[in-house]
Design a protein around this ligand. Structure first.
Ligand code: AKG
Length: 277
């Protein structure tokens, strides 16, 4: 469970850092998975390469990651934030290799990629290495989850990043997110965040689970392989809608990673509407 101070901080600032959630042995076991024959076989089967910065669907690739997504040390904590019935939206291994230019993420809100009917959606990152400014830790804009969904489009298409740079211009509004190995960070899906490339000379490994309240229905983008996986509580088949207007990401080029499963437009209507995407 989270303390009342932690719950208050999440609601006020849009993020939390909690150290010492996992023991050294537990983290060592997770690191060992990444060096195991089973993991290499899982990568080979899918034609993936180890240095992929964001490797999605990891709960489907190894039982250790499935168990981790359901680990009560995480799920009991986030139940204090998004309620008892929790689903996975997606999972990923977030490796920042020490390769020039790799692993930079421009300022964005995760929600812009996969808007839902309500905003009880959050990311948990479990650190397998200490997160530091040198290895490209995230920075967040404190309280930015209260700004609603910001503009992530350029020329009408999804840009993958927010272009309103005044939001992160004021250094005193920013917080570096630096959990140590075994610690976690939690951030609201509307929290504006970004991170630079890794210049530390060593890889930075984190495991990210995007969770959602079971009554948050996804409005756009992909249904990932583990999307909708029941993590805690029950499936209610209820939808809760917040009173807000969300921009759906409209993609200029079809990208196998970022589809648009619920376009709300038939091929015929799309043609009539004069849209080419
Ligand atoms: O890997 C990181 O440090 C940040 C990744 C990120 O910003 C994201 O996945 O939304």
């Amino acid at each position: 469970m989270l303390s009342s101070d932690q719950i208050q901080q999440y609601h006020e600032e849009g993020f939390l850092v909690i150290d010492n959630v996992f023991s050294d042995d537990e983290i060592e076991d997770l690191r060992a998975v990444l060096n195991s024959r089973e993991w290499v076989d899982a990568l080979n089967e899918r034609g993936l390469q180890e240095h992929t910065v964001h490797m999605l669907n990891i709960t489907t690739m190894h039982p250790a990651f499935l168990a981790l997504a359901r680990e009560p040390k995480v799920t009991e904590r986030i139940a204090s934030l998004i309620g008892p019935d929790i689903q996975l939206n997606h999972s990923k291994l977030a490796i920042k290799p020490p390769v020039a230019g790799k692993g930079l993420f421009h300022w964005h809100q995760d929600f812009a990629y996969f808007p839902h009917t309500n905003t009880d959606v959050l990311a948990v990152m479990i650190m397998l290495d200490d997160a530091t400014p040198e290895n490209g830790c995230m920075s967040v804009v404190r309280g930015s989850h209260k700004l609603g969904l910001l503009n992530h489009t350029k020329d009408g298409y999804f840009a993958g990043a927010c272009l309103e740079d005044h939001h992160w211009a004021e250094e005193s509004n920013l917080a570096r997110v630096t959990p140590r190995a075994g610690g976690i960070s939690i951030h609201h899906a509307l929290t504006l965040h970004g991170s630079p490339a890794n210049i530390s000379g060593h890889p930075r490994r984190g495991i990210v689970f995007q969770y959602r309240a079971a009554d948050a229905y996804q409005l756009a983008d992909n249904l990932w392989d583990d999307g909708g996986l029941l993590i805690r509580g029950k499936r209610t088949d209820k939808v809760r809608c917040e009173a807000a207007t969300f921009q759906l990401p409209r993609f200029k080029h079809r990208d196998p990673q970022f589809g648009s499963i619920w376009r709300q437009e038939s091929d015929w209507a799309k043609e009539m509407n004069g849209r080419e995407d």
